[in-house]
Design a protein around this ligand. Sequence first.
Ligand SMILES: [Zn+2]
Length: 353
Amino acid sequence: MKTFHNPHQALHQGQQEMFRGRLVPCHEVPARLDFVLNELQRRPLGALEIPMVADTELEAAIARVHTQRYTDFLASAWDHWVAMDPANAQRDVLPSVWPLSNQHAFRADVLPTNFAARLGLFAFDAGSPLMAGTWMAARGGAACAVAAAREVLGGARSAFALTRPPGHHAGPDFLGGYCFLNNAAIAAQALVDGGESRVAVLDVDYHHGNGTQTIFYERADVLTVSVHGDPMTEYPFFLGHADERGAGPGTGFNLNLPLPRGTGFAAWRAALDQGLQAVKDFGAGALVVPMGLDTFEGDPISGFTLKTEDYLAVGEALASAGLPTVFTFEGGYAVDAVGVNAVNLLEGFERAA
Ligand SMILES: [Zn+2]
């Protein structure tokens, strides 16, 4: 299994996030990738490559999933932030005002001149700081997703997009949950555009993949399945409930499998098997796995109790789908364990594939 990694991803390095009323050091740190890279050096799965994707091709792949006004915003956010106040050059970009657009109390069709307002329009939380290198880092991650999709389209059984910042909370025109560009959705769309008529996304991160769900919610060619902490108590709260089954032509092509905080491997695995059955019933030709390792018992912001050795079995189970598979790297904040857990999952997949 090839791994695609882009050194630009280290340019995204937030100082602080708003977490339950306090500014705390960011949980999503560059060291997360270093631990995975170190473990891949110790237990190689295959070649480690920098993605070779031309700028125009990358921009086209991103534009298949995200709106122009959103990517324009991301590309220029840092410059606008510093233009508001030169002292901002020392501070991360964080929003402080939101339009509550889904209640129609405020308008979301207006793009205010004021940058602080624009920021609130495109961000759904204050936990996802932007900085000077965020756009380049996010693009670097998206390039990994495109390269991994191409690898699979070229006949490889699997490929790993070692992406950072993560992506599965980012929607067509919004960021949040440490995510800016939805790498899993970009990979899934690249697979569709490359000729796969049916692609499944099976999200195993602790948190619901709300961005991916939103991107494909009205489509019948991409099945989205997510096994995650019950949003009644767990982030992102406002999406990920079991009654969300898709809309319009996409009705029946979204499956949420929320589980209570405290869930251990046996019950989690039963939900995963239900998700895998849905992938099989759908008749997918390829699979994308947004791979979060924050289901781990030691994760500081999550609540399942999977153990390091369980990830080998998770990988084996995912391989049982028998599909060409792209993995994108999502959450996992027990930083010193994330490398071993990630490589366990991928090694379990390789053994069984
Ligand atoms: Zn997560």
